[in-house]
Design a protein around this ligand. Structure first.
Ligand code: RVP
Length: 479
């Protein structure tokens, strides 16, 4: 008798509600992406050439998620994009413009005019001894005066390694413009400015790393990681994603081992669809596991190759294994609604990766197209003919000059406007789900796992039914 296991997709199940002693808005969606990288929204954008370049990565990280820059770009271009994300939110300027004790006010004026910087730390060698600003110079008529006679010496500063919170407290309390950072010996190690601080204030949910810059990742392959990673690291890339369609394969394991041996960088391995694949990626050294073989909206792998595992079961089984090693799981592909995010996390994922849901946003790199009077954006699989021609064939184990045998399609999705309000719909939908399940944190939801299987009648009942929708909702549509 043929043995066939029953596995489930998001649409096959619902979560059973439970008692909650809090409101959905109080649920925390903070989650660990990999290693010591934490996100304030459990959503990352796919490494696809119609989804994630620097604009998407900046917009998403400012709201708490993270982008993975695709690799249909030369190594230099990809690293440059990472650099743009990292530079967007400065935190500590490590080599600020300075003046030396003994220089004159005229010297300071010239430096300020030349550089456009209006507040300069004053050094005695490398030791910080004061700060001179426009305000100090305003009533100074003798330009030959020495800087130490005019500078402010009563300094507010940070010692050691400041955090955004400690720095923000000092700016708020003392109403200063610049905050110098020194080591224990009093040597200047950096400078924090009020304008960078304001950016941090305007984006309180931003996903930032220890250096205060936005979290960003980049895709690499087993064939190009040696070339790409040094450039990516030089720009401060936080993690790389070994971006393959068949992660449970020798070349991927060898690549993960190679990355771990040669570089100090976090690596997400994938994609796999069961516990065996997850275990092998963990043994090879992955810091997080990406799960999803065939669920993507533009993916035809299951049809072309006849393989795959319905995504909810794939996530659940991979997470059962990964949880034992405290390795986070990313549920990649097949997310259609915010409710699917709740289901993916309740099956054990720490965060989810989306392509389709973000491809229609203004920040996505896909071209805008007008069709029958409405605006759409181009969205294509990285295994589609168009994407393969631009370099992504090795994701599908194709060689450069092979006749393309695609595992994805090229299409369009409706234009959706800016990321911020759209992401808010997704995250609030997830928080609603957490409220219904009585789970205050992502960790609690990850071990919830109270699913019921539903029939096609159950699915029909779940969707809007027996009515014509007259006003479309921002978080619901039926294709
Ligand atoms: P979705 O969000 O359902 O559109 O899925 C996006 C995911 O689909 C990607 O993160 C990737 O894992 C997968 N993908 C990308 N291209 C293709 C393909 O051409 N088959 N699949």
């Amino acid at each position: 008798m043929i043995q066939v296991e029953e596995k489930y997709s998001y649409d096959d199940v619902l979560l059973i509600p439970s008692y909650a002693d809090f409101l959905p808005g109080e649920a925390s969606v903070k989650t660990r992406l990999a290693g010591d990288i934490w996100l304030n929204a459990p959503i990352i954008s796919a490494a696809m050439d119609t989804v994630t370049e620097y604009q998407m990565a900046i917009a998403l990280a400012l709201e708490g998620g993270a982008g993975v820059i695709h690799r249909n770009l030369s190594p230099e271009e990809q690293a440059q994009q990472v650099g743009r994300v990292k530079r967007y939110l400065n935190w500590i300027i490590s080599s600020p413009v300075v003046v030396q004790k003994g220089q004159t006010v005229a010297d300071v004026e010239k430096i300020m005019t030349d550089t456009g910087v209006t507040g300069l730390p004053v050094l005695d060698g490398t030791i910080l001894c004061g700060i001179i600003t426009n305000r100090d110079m305003r009533f100074c008529s003798d330009l030959s005066q020495k800087v130490e006679d005019v500078m402010t010496t009563n300094l507010i500063l940070e010692r050691g390694t400041p955090t955004v919170e400690t720095a923000r407290d000092k700016f708020d309390k003392h109403r200063i413009e610049k905050l110098p950072v020194v080591d224990n010996g009093g040597h200047l190690t950096g400078l924090i400015t009020v304008s960078d601080m304001e950016k941090h204030k305007n984006f309180p949910m931003a996903a930032i790393d220890d250096s205060g810059s936005l979290v960003v990742g980049a895709a690499v392959s087993p064939n190009d990681y040696m070339q790409r990673i040094p450039l990516l690291k030089a720009k401060g890339c936080n993690f790389v994603v070994l971006d393959t369609a068949h992660g449970n394969s020798l070349s991927v394991m060898q690549a993960i081992e190679g990355i771990k041996k040669n570089f100090d960088i976090l690596v997400v391995g994938g994609n796999v669809s069961d516990g065996d694949g997850a275990r092998r990626l963990i043994d090879a050294g992955s810091d997080a596991i990406k799960v999803g073989v065939g669920p993507g909206s533009i993916c035809t792998t299951r049809i072309v190759a006849g393989i795959g595992v319905p995504q909810l079961s794939a996530v659940y089984e991979s997470a059962e294994v990964a949880q034992k090693f405290d390795i986070p799981v990313i549920a990649d592909g097949g997310i259609k609604y915010s409710g699917d995010i709740t289901k993916a996390i309740a099956a054990g994922a720490s965060c989810i990766m989306v392509g389709n849901l973000f491809a229609g946003l203004k920040e996505a790199p896909g071209k805008e197209v007008i069709f029958e009077g409405r605006i759409f954006k181009q969205y294509r699989g990285m295994g589609s003919i168009g994407a393969i021609k631009e370099g992504s064939g090795d994701r599908y184990q194709m060689k450069k000059d092979d006749e393309p045998v695609p595992e994805g399609i090229e299409g369009r999705v409706p234009f959706k406007g800016e990321l911020k309000p759209y992401l808010n719909q997704l995250v609030t939908g997830l928080q609603k789900g957490m409220g219904y399940c009585g789970c205050r944190t992502i960790e609690q939801l990850r071990s919830y796992k109270k699913f019921v299987k539903i029939s096609s009648a159950g699915l029909r009942e779940s969707h809007a039914h027996d009515v014509n929708i007259t006003q479309e909702a921002p978080n619901y549509s039926r294709y």
